[in-house]
Write a protein that binds this ligand. Structure first.
Ligand code: MN
Length: 249
């Protein structure tokens, strides 16, 4: 008999303009399965009359949370108006994910945020975002590269001593980049775990001892699109699955 695999809840999108379809890239599903977990998609819905209790119930169905990539977080959630380069927003998804992230942090449920998921995690925990890197940081590298999804385009320095460094075991890595926003300022209790050469935050993690959670990590790149070509990136999902089973990276 094989050991019970942990259920990993993956936040999904709901696209009104696509006929109301629930969407979740198969990359996330594959990465969780390859890492030894069982993926369970959690779609946002306007029919939830209380996002807080919905989030709490959803989290009871699994042992870890994966916040997937997607559209921009509505800047109203970090006290700003819409920048002229703001992309698509989905307030229903924002509200459910924000509640999922906060409940996970409060209950010590491991969280991995990817791209938008990292930004959402930062906002949910009280941080903010640079709404458009090109406008706010004229000397920044191109972080929204038109390239195949697995293709790495910029270097990232991983902070020594960080949990991310323990997981990856490298000081410098090359990553893909499909974002026009960036985390800043960081949420209280969170620290930078990786940065690009232009200073853009490429990973955040919760400092140890900040509440019941021992695993809250966000990466700005898309490891789920890279792990088949670069197996190093599967380690992020393996760390989440391990954390779901009570293990520490
Ligand atoms: Mn980037």
């Amino acid at each position: 008999m094989s050991a019970v695999k942990p259920v990993i809840i993956i936040s999904a999108d709901w696209r009104e303009e696509a006929g109301g379809a629930i969407e979740l890239g198969n990359w996330y599903v594959s990465a969780v399965i390859q890492a030894g977990g069982i993926p369970l998609a959690a779609p946002p819905s306007e029919d939830f009359d209380d996002f807080e209790s919905a989030a709490s119930d959803i989290l009871s169905a699994g042992s870890a949370l994966l916040l997937s990539g997607g559209p921009d977080v509505d800047p109203c959630f970090f006290g700003q108006g819409p920048h002229r380069r703001l992309g698509r927003v989905n307030p229903v998804r924002d509200q459910l994910e924000m509640a999922l992230a906060r409940h996970a942090l409060k209950r010590g449920i491991p969280v991995l945020g990817i791209c938008r998921g990292m930004q959402l995690l930062n906002v949910a925990a009280g941080g903010g975002l640079v709404q458009d890197i090109q406008s706010s940081m004229p000397k920044a590298l191109c972080h929204f590269v038109q390239a195949p999804r697995a293709y790495p385009t910029h270097w990232v320095t991983v902070v020594p001593g960080s949990m991310l460094h323990r997981i990856l075991g490298h000081d410098r890595i090359r990553v893909n980049s499909f974002h026009h926003q960036a985390c800043s300022p960081l949420a209280p209790g969170f620290v930078q775990a990786a940065r690009a050469d232009d200073g853009v935050v490429e990973a955040i993690e919760l400092q140890p001892g900040q509440g019941p959670s021992h695993f809250a990590l966000g990466v700005q790149w898309h490891p789920e699109c890279m792990f088949r070509k670069f197996p190093l990136f599967l380690r992020l999902f393996e760390a989440l699955v391990k954390a779901a089973q009570g293990g520490m990276p």
